[in-house]
Design a protein around this ligand. Structure first.
Ligand code: PLP
Length: 376
């Protein structure tokens, strides 16, 4: 460990977007000015430019911007005409949107437990969740690491169900060389500010290899109107704003550098936790992990969070309640014990600061403060 005395108190937020802005201020300001002067606030070259760039970055043929990651998932399900009477299988451990969208199109969410090492949907359990009513699987790539896409895709193909990748936390991550979003029928990204590629507000994108699927999402995001004021389908207003698109195009140029620095930070943490009881994240050698989150596992998780908070260190629990036990899904009749791996993760995990501008000194301070807690 470093020679820094354990008592040195620093402030280490979970995420520092001011540091990111300071790094790219000139480029961002110039992009925003370009949009303001053009007054092309809806659609236009910034949005179509970003759609092309993200599609290319994600090894996909098409990109369709929309208002959020949640809407990217929702529009994908609606483009597949999934609705009442249908089932959609997803991970029991994710942000609420992965399951909320299923209920919001009138379908029934079916939960599958996670692999306790990666926190991603366990492909060995997936087939048991598929019934004749299953129309799709939403496979989540949690914390920035793809789920076992080869296994999941094989099962979806064999059972003839659609695969929607919830890649909200995983832009640029890879499974056996294939980018998140490029394997499924749809890939869904979120540009929520805390993501590796974050807008100055909400935003999202659907990527796909299919021109027909892209066209359906494009239609649905603008009230199903084609031509204007003629509505063959009922859609909604879910567009990505040009200002966000312009900012995201700037940030996309820095994304690989940021994701690599996050991965380096993870390696430093891993080394600093070696030989301690801290459960380090498992990085599957088949994956490119972009470390949207660095999540450790520790029995006295809430006490550790308090200890870190007292010493100026920000943490977060993603997520304290697994999806099958959320109050709003009580009608699905899941009970505690049904998904032991997801339930253990909800009790024992905590995310540490991992942002690219963190720097070695703060990293060591966080690791040292944690070791001080576990070794006392
Ligand atoms: C796994 C996952 N799915 C879906 C979403 C929804 O994205 P958004 O917040 O942009 O609607 C998020 C983001 O918070 C997420 O982390």
């Amino acid at each position: 460990m470093s020679a820094m005395p354990a008592q040195t108190k620093m402030t280490v937020p979970l995420l520092d977007l001011k540091a990111q802005y300071a790094d790219i201020r000139q480029e961002v300001d110039e992009a925003m000015r370009r949009v303001m002067e053009s007054t092309r606030f809806i659609g236009g070259p910034e949005v179509s430019g970003l759609e092309e760039e993200i599609a290319r970055y994600s090894q996909c043929a098409h990109g369709v911007g929309c208002a959020s990651g949640t809407d990217a998932l929702l529009l994908s399900l609606r483009a597949l005409s999934i609705g009442p009477g249908d089932e959609v299988v997803t991970s029991a451990y994710s942000f609420f949107a992965s399951a909320g969208v299923i209920a919001n199109v009138g379908a029934t969410p079916v939960f599958v437990d996670i692999d306790p090492r990666t926190y991603n949907l366990d492909p060995h359990r997936l087939e048991a969740g598929i019934t004749p009513r299953t129309k799709a699987v939403i496979a989540v790539h949690l914390y920035g690491q793809c789920c076992d896409l080869t296994a999941v895709k094989n099962i979806c193909d064999k059972r003839r169900v659609w695969l929607v990748e919830d890649a909200a936390q995983a832009i640029g991550s890879e499974w056996e060389g294939r980018r998140a979003g490029s394997v499924g029928d749809f890939g869904c990204f979120s540009f929520f500010p805390s993501k590796n590629l974050g807008a100055a507000g909400d935003g999202g994108m659907v990527v796909t290899q299919s021109a027909e699927h892209a066209d359906r999402v494009r239609l649905l995001r603008e009230h199903g109107a084609r031509p204007k004021y003629h509505h063959a389908r009922i859609g909604t207003n879910s567009r990505l704003d040009a200002l966000h698109a312009a900012i995201l195009r700037v940030k996309l140029r820095h994304l690989d550098r940021w994701s690599e620095t996050r991965a380096k930070n993870a390696e430093v943490y891993n080394r600093l936790f070696e030989g301690s009881p801290v459960g380090r994240p498992y990085h599957d050698p088949r994956a490119r992990h972009i470390y949207n989150q660095y999540v450790i596992r520790i029995p006295k998780r809430d006490d550790l969070r308090q200890h870190l908070s007292d010493r100026g260190i920000g943490t977060e629990v993603y997520y304290p309640v697994p999806l099958h036990l959320q109050e709003c899904f009580a009608m699905l009749s899941y009970k505690p014990g049904d998904m032991p791996a997801a339930e253990a993760a909800a009790r024992e995990t905590v995310a540490l600061p991992i942002y690219p501008e963190l720097g070695d000194e703060r990293l060591r301070y966080v690791a040292q403060t944690i070791r001080e807690f576990v070794e006392r």
